[in-house]
Design a protein around this ligand. Structure first.
Ligand SMILES: NC(=O)C1=CN([C@@H]2O[C@H](COP(=O)(O)OP(=O)(O)OC[C@H]3O[C@@H](n4cnc5c(N)ncnc54)[C@H](OP(=O)(O)O)[C@@H]3O)[C@@H](O)[C@H]2O)C=CC1
Ligand SMILES: C[C@H]1O[C@H](OP(=O)(O)OP(=O)(O)OC[C@H]2O[C@@H](n3cnc4c(=O)[nH]c(N)nc43)[C@H](O)[C@@H]2O)[C@@H](O)[C@@H](O)C1=O
Length: 322
């Protein structure tokens, strides 16, 4: 029987929300040799060190989960960091991946790269058809540059780089910072604190009317493992030089922020009133992804919002105490 060499996968940002979910999914498969570096061990801003690492370890595949990431307020208050940090990391990794002959790369974009007011659900071809949402324009532009890098390398050098556009994500090990995090971890923390303190009301940013599509991080990890492991014919078709190499990753349904706040309130078992602070930004009114392309390849998310929230709250309790 043929003894096939295990593919060596470098998961960049393996301790983050998506990176840790990717690690779980790839480790469960048992068919890859996984290599990692913490931020302290390898700062991906450093192009020369990044190139040295790639040339010495020679990964076959790369999953690019390292990025500057944050919620609506973090994006609005540190636009330079969201633009420049992401561009810097991307320049280092694309350069090193090409120089060292990486066979397949999965780059992580985000659903916020699509135009603010584009038709719903959002199809991949709506990219660059209209103005972006102001609260995350710098981050979105950096990520659009990442998609364009994938496509440009595929066109100029016949590489196989694929950009995934995940929807809003949440799950174990998320960032629970009160101001800088995304809505779900922020609300888990705030409702939990209200329960401990015996508070009778909790503040929710914005009007509660924006709609968001939420995906549990283990599902995005599974989607990454699924796409990374596609047969050559399918992966080549997704990354062919004449094709925009991007694919949406979502669950196909969304809820309002008011509805998700009610779900978190129930998961935390807290009784009280929601108070909407309309001095805070709403951001994009809606960004529901069309996931037909991914479903046609044979992948679908498994975790319901209710089950994912319960598991995430249990993880929060483990990390931050009951
Ligand atoms: N979270 C979400 O809702 C969504 C995320 N995405 C995308 O998924 C990807 C992963 O996001 P997520 O897991 O949430 O982010 P996290 O912030 O949880 O993880 C990012 C990881 O990148 C590492 N990192 C950041 N800067 C550097 C650097 N200069 N050198 C080395 N490592 C670095 C971080 O390490 P350290 O903490 O030590 O700095 C961390 O481990 C991103 O590209 C993001 O845009 C897309 C859609 C939604
Ligand atoms: C993943 C995605 O994440 C960001 O975009 P966003 O979807 O707007 O993400 P968010 O989770 O921060 O907010 C979603 C909604 O929820 C409301 N909201 C209520 N109360 C809280 C709250 O307490 N915290 C936060 N953060 N939001 C709250 C908030 O006002 C908004 O209407 C960008 O980084 C973008 O670049 C990106 O990629």
């Amino acid at each position: 029987m043929e003894n096939k060499k295990m593919k060596k996968v470098y998961v960049a940002g393996h301790r983050g929300l998506v990176g840790s979910a990717t690690m779980r999914a790839l480790e469960a498969l048992g068919s890859y040799e996984i290599i990692t570096r913490t931020h302290d061990e390898l700062d991906l801003f450093d192009r020369s060190e990044t190139r040295k690492f790639f040339m010495s370890r020679r990964p076959d595949y790369v999953v690019m989960c390292a990025a500057k990431v944050g919620g609506i307020l973090a994006n609005a208050s540190s636009p330079v960091d969201f633009l420049h940090n992401n561009l810097a990391i991307q320049l280092s990794v694309f350069d090193a991946a090409y120089a060292s002959g990486v066979e397949r790369m999965i780059f992580l974009g985000s659903s916020c790269i699509y135009p603010r007011d584009c038709p719903q659900p959002i199809r991949e071809e709506y990219l660059l058809t209209g103005p972006l949402e102001a609260t995350n324009r710098p981050y979105a532009l950096a990520k659009i540059a990442g998609v364009e890098s994938c496509w440009s390398f595929n066109r100029q050098y016949q590489t196989r780089y694929l950009a995934l556009m995940p929807t809003n994500l949440y799950g174990p090990g998320d960032n629970y910072h009160p101001e800088n995090s995304h809505v779900l971890p922020a609300l888990i923390r705030r409702f939990h604190q209200a329960k401990i303190n015996g508070d009778t009301s909790v503040e929710i940013w914005g009007s509660g009317k924006p709609r968001r599509e939420f995906m549990y991080s283990s599902d995005v990890g599974d989607a990454i493992a699924f796409l990374l492991g596609l047969p050559d014919s399918d992966f080549d078709a997704l990354t062919a030089p004449d094709t925009a190499p991007l694919i949406n990753v979502g669950v196909g349904e969304d809820v309002t922020i008011r509805e998700v706040a009610e779900l978190v309130k129930a998961a935390v078992c807290w009784e009280g009133n929601l108070v909407f602070d309309t001095t805070k930004p709403d951001g994009t009114p809606r960004k529901l992804l069309d996931v037909t392309r991914l479903r046609n390849l044979g992948w679908k998310a498994k975790t319901s919002l209710g089950a994912g929230l319960q598991a995430t709250y249990e993880d929060f309790l483990r990390l931050h105490g009951a």
